[in-house]
Design a protein around this ligand. Structure first.
Ligand code: ADP
Ligand code: MG
Length: 291
C-alpha cells in the first residue's frame, strides 16, 4: 500500500554514526532488503572505502569494482551524475553504487574543489550526483564510514532521513553524543543546494545488538531514551550470534528462511527488523506526501 506517488521522488536515507562496529552496514543492507521485499525499488550507495556493504551484496571491492565504478569520479568531476556507477546485485530490486579502497582519495579531492572560501559546493557533490537516481528509484540508502569525513558529511547533506544505529553500551552512547553535536553544528551551519538550511524528514535512533544478558545495557538504554527521546524507534534489534555469523557469510536475516531456523534470538531479530522496515516505510510515505 505504501507506493511512491508518480509525482514524488526517491527518499534518501543515510545510515550514520561516527563510530565503527555499531551495525550501520547491517542496518543499511537489512533495511534495503526489507523495503525491496515490500515492492520498493532500492538503490544502495556505499560511501565507506572499506566496502563492507559492497561485499554483503556479493560484489567484491578488490575484484569487481574499478575506481571509476564508485562515487569517486563524482568527487573529482563536476557535472556528472551517478548513473555510470550503478550495478545490479544478486538481490532483485536492489542496485548498488559500490565502494573500494580508492574512495579514500575523496577526502583530498573534495576540499580541493572549494573554489572560494564561501563556496560550499563540495559539500553537495553527492546531493547533485544522485539527482537523476531520485526519479528512477523509490528509496536510496547510503551506508557511511565510521568517521567525520567529507564523504560522510556529503551523505548527510544528501539525505532526507537519518538512521543512527546505537548499541546500548556506554561507549557507543558517549560517542553518539559527539556525533549528535557535530551533526547539529554542521546541518545548521551548512547550506544545501536548495538554498535552505538542512533539515531532515526523519531522524531515527535504532537500539541495535541489544544483549538481554548484559545488565548494564538496560541502564544505558534508559540514558539513550532520555537523551534522544522520541527519536528512538520503539523497537530493539536483539544481539544474535546467528546474525553476526550470517553476516560473515554475506547474509542478513532476510537471506535465510526464518522458518528453517529454530534459534529464538534469530527469530526475534527477524521480527524486530521487520518492525523497523515497517516504521521506516511509514516515515517514507509521510515524506513522499510532503513533497
Ligand atoms: P558498522 O557498519 O557500524 O561498522 P556492522 O554492520 O559491520 O557495523 O556490524 C558490526 C558487527 O556486528 C558485525 O560483525 C555484524 O555482523 C555484527 N552484528 C550486526 N548486527 C548484529 C546483531 N543483531 N547481533 C549480533 N551481531 C550483530
Ligand atoms: Mg560499516
Amino acid at each position: 500500500k505504501h507506493m511512491r506517488p508518480a509525482s514524488a521522488e526517491a527518499i534518501t536515507i543515510a545510515v550514520a554514526n561516527f563510530k565503527g562496529g555499531v551495525t550501520k552496514t547491517t542496518t543499511a543492507v537489512t533495511l534495503a532488503q526489507g523495503l525491496s521485499l515490500r515492492g520498493h525499488n532500492v538503490l544502495v550507495i556505499d560511501t565507506d572505502p572499506q566496502g563492507s556493504m559492497t561485499t554483503l551484496f556479493g560484489v567484491l571491492p578488490d575484484v569487481d569494482v574499478s575506481d571509476e565504478q564508485t562515487i569517486l569520479p563524482l568527487c573529482f568531476g563536476s557535472e556528472i551524475s551517478i548513473d555510470y556507477a550503478i550495478q545490479s546485485t544478486y538481490w532483485s530490486g536492489i542496485d548498488i553504487v559500490p565502494a573500494n579502497l580508492a574512495l579514500y582519495s575523496a577526502e583530498f579531492a573534495l576540499p580541493s574543489r572549494q573554489k572560494e572560501e564561501s563556496s560550499f559546493e563540495f559539500w553537495n557533490v553527492l546531493t547533485h550526483g544522485i539527482d537523476i537516481a531520485r526519479t528512477k528509484y523509490d528509496v536510496i540508502i547510503i551506508d557511511t564510514s565510521p568517521s567525520l569525513s567529507y564523504l560522510t558529511i556529503n551523505s548527510l547533506l544528501a539525505a532526507d532521513g537519518l538512521i543512527m544505529p546505537l548499541p546500548p553500551s556506554t561507549l557507543d552512547f558517549t560517542s553518539s553524543g559527539q556525533f549528535w553535536n557535530l551533526f547539529n553544528d554542521l546541518t545548521t551551519n551548512l547550506i544545501t543546494n536548495r538554498g535552505k538550511t538542512k533539515s531532515f524528514d526523519f531522524v531515527d535512533v535504532l537500539l541495535a545488538r541489544v544483549d538481554s544478558n548484559d545488565s548494564s545495557s538496560s541502564v544505558v538504554r534508559e540514558w539513550i531514551t532520555a537523551g534522544y527521546a522520541n527519536m528512538v524507534l520503539p523497537v530493539e534489534i536483539p544481539k544474535t550470534s546467528l546474525t553476526a555469523s550470517a553476516s560473515a557469510e554475506f547474509g542478513t536475516v532476510y537471506d535465510t528462511d526464518p522458518s528453517s531456523i529454530n534459534a529464538r534470538t534469530y527469530r526475534r531479530a527477524f521480527d524486530a527488523y521487520e518492525r523497523v522496515v515497517e516504521l521506516v516505510e511509514e516515515q517514507i510515505q509521510t515524506a513522499w506526501n510532503r513533497q
